[in-house]
Design a binder for this molecule. Sequence first.
Ligand SMILES: Cc1cc2nc3c(=O)[nH]c(=O)nc-3n(C[C@H](O)[C@H](O)[C@H](O)COP(=O)(O)O)c2cc1C
Length: 320
Amino acid sequence: MAWPDGLPPLSLPIIGAPLFIISNPDLVIAQCKNGVIGAFPALNARPMDALDDWLTRIRQELAAHKAAHPQAEIAPFAVNQIVHPSNDRLAHDLDLCAKHEVPIIITSLSAPREIVPRVHAWRGLVFHDVINVRHAKKAIDAGVDGLILVCAGAGGHAGTLSPFAFVEEIRKLWGGPVALAGAVTTGRGVLAARALGADLAYVGTRFIATEEANAEARYKRMIVESDAAGIVYSPYFTGVHGNYLRQSVIDAGLDPDHLPESAKAMSFEQAKAAEAVKAWRDIFGAGQGVGAIDDILPAAAVIARMRREYLAARDSLLGA
Ligand SMILES: Cc1cc2nc3c(=O)[nH]c(=O)nc-3n(C[C@H](O)[C@H](O)[C@H](O)COP(=O)(O)O)c2cc1C
């Protein structure tokens, strides 16, 4: 695997993807203790000074776990920063990441040109998420250490490219670490991501249906009960195309089959309705991989099962 020097091995090659509102220290600590990279959006720590406490707690609990279990493969953690003028916390949050020397910064939206040298100064890594090759080239130009390819079917804001097409094109121009996102919910899917040429899978929706995730019970249950046909892809809720649970759209009093494509196309009644419901709070983000999620478990159990599935799939392909 094209994995940067100095990082510990992972028990399973995945990043637990950052999830707005949902990712919290409990989930990140459980992921890292069980050998996979845990991540959370900095914006989840509210008010913003809570970020200092979150980072202190994550560092302390992982260090204590290492002291108690010297053999354990404890993964590094990552903080997601939204690089956009609307994020007025960015400078503050980045200062705290510098103070705690956060191992990996995951950047979203604009290419993180100014952020890369800052993160490198504390020997951190920058991974940037992209939905097309044009954005990937900009990120490479900005000096990032890793790319996250967000493909069709991913939960939340997602692209439309097939992972088969996207990884092949990226591999022609980039030999560094690649994480692949979009509907990976089982160990078999993780192995498939590796077979395609990615180093890691980037797994979001599977971790919503965990005990640690900060999501209401109705949301977790809806994930367990849904399948790929229960996902709608629409720009209606945030102005950017994303994947959401169809049932949550219906429960909010909207018709998932007749959502306008843009704010301009909305009638007055539709615009009022869009204002009244809040993406992420009322409209639940989730990817097409929901059909393979049948239970709500502790994150440790999800990771252990994915690891068993990953090894079994690898053995079966190798004819062992
Ligand atoms: C509810 C939800 C919230 C998300 N919030 C964020 C976020 O705050 N920042 C971000 O970079 N990506 C966010 N994502 C995208 C994920 O990090 C990741 O790309 C996606 O979950 C991967 O696809 P999968 O859900 O099919 O595994 C979110 C996804 C979901 C489902």
